[in-house]
Design a protein around this ligand. Structure first.
Ligand SMILES: [Ca+2]
Length: 312
């Protein structure tokens, strides 16, 4: 066996090793199963996700004011669901989560499904969080609150936007004029546009209808001329389980379909997708370790051959 051949073999096997690992981002060696990732704290003192409580609805925010990335999510570790955030370092590890304030954001109701964005209100640009608050009296309603751009403390009261939702997400997260996607267990979801004059969300009269399974959550982006085409990862209920599907929607000519993404398939519940377009990773919640609790995971969508492209 020549040296050249051995080197070649080494390079090929290294390539295959890297390739086979490329879907997973191991941040903590202690809890890997089935190649899925549980998000861990940077210092090894514990997980971002807890064993006995639920962590759901992740949202990755890239803050243009300081160049840092933050993972916002909801957890019921203090009783009701509250919104937390953790800073992500350059290795993709997270700081200890910080609970958002109880002035106008976290209450004795359930707060979840946060989205953070910068947007105009009148002449100025501010940082906002929109989220869902569920109370026995009012059900699940969407709120919006201006927050400090760096420490994320609420600046003013949360305002009730006036519609209900099971979850919300941002379409095209880096846009100056953001679009909000609202899903509430129907076969469609709705798109709302930011009103920069009044500094609030307005229904844009856009309903994206897949006419199939109930949709409980969605994240995606638009492309093509005039944003006619949209690609999504969708949280649907199939056979009594939350599952993640790919979705494609075109306004003209009208085309829509959903398709299972095999990389996400598990016998457990997988939900709340959030796409980080910068790193091409999907964050989601799953109870796949069988503990009966939801934890946060992420997956590299560069390894997908379907999600970012139109199915043939
Ligand atoms: Ca709460």
């Amino acid at each position: 066996m020549s040296i050249k051949f051995i080197i070649k073999l080494f390079i090929i096997s290294t390539f295959f090793f890297l390739f086979s690992c490329s879907g997973y981002f191991n941040m903590d060696n202690s809890d890997e199963a089935g190649g899925d990732l549980s998000l861990a704290l940077a210092d090894g003192s514990g997980y971002l996700s807890t064993d006995n409580y639920n962590e759901i609805t992740p949202f990755l925010y890239r803050n243009p004011d300081n160049g840092k990335a933050y993972l916002f999510f909801a957890s019921d570790r203090d009783g009701t669901y509250d919104i937390y955030y953790a800073e992500m370092n350059s290795e993709g590890k997270f700081s200890k989560p910080i609970k958002m304030d109880t002035n106008y954001i976290n209450t004795s109701g359930d707060e979840f499904s946060p989205v953070v964005f910068k947007a105009m209100s009148g002449e100025f640009t501010y940082t906002y969080i929109s989220f869902v608050r569920r109370t026995p009296a009012a059900g699940s309603k969407v709120y919006n609150c201006q927050i400090d751009p760096l420490n994320f403390n609420s600046v003013g009261e949360s305002s009730d936007i006036g519609f209900s939702a099971s979850s919300i997400s941002l379409l095209n997260k880096n846009d100056v004029g953001p679009s909000l996607l609202i899903s509430d267990g129907n076969t469609y979801f709705r798109k709302y546009e930011w009103d920069s004059i009044y500094g609030s969300w307005n229904y844009a009269e856009t309903t994206i209808d897949f006419d199939s399974s109930p949709i409980y959550g969605v994240d995606g982006f638009s492309f093509g001329m005039y944003d006619y085409e949209h690609s999504f990862i969708i949280n649907v209920m199939v056979e009594n389980k939350y599952r993640l599907y790919g979705g494609y929607y075109c306004i003209e000519p009208l085309t829509n379909y959903l398709y299972p993404i095999k990389e996400y398939s598990s016998p457990y519940n997988d939900k709340d997708p959030c796409i980080d377009l910068k790193t091409m990773k999907v964050y989601f919640a799953s109870d796949r370790y069988g503990k009966g609790n939801y934890d946060l995971y992420r997956y590299n969508i560069l390894t997908f051959d379907k999600v970012m492209q139109l199915p043939k």
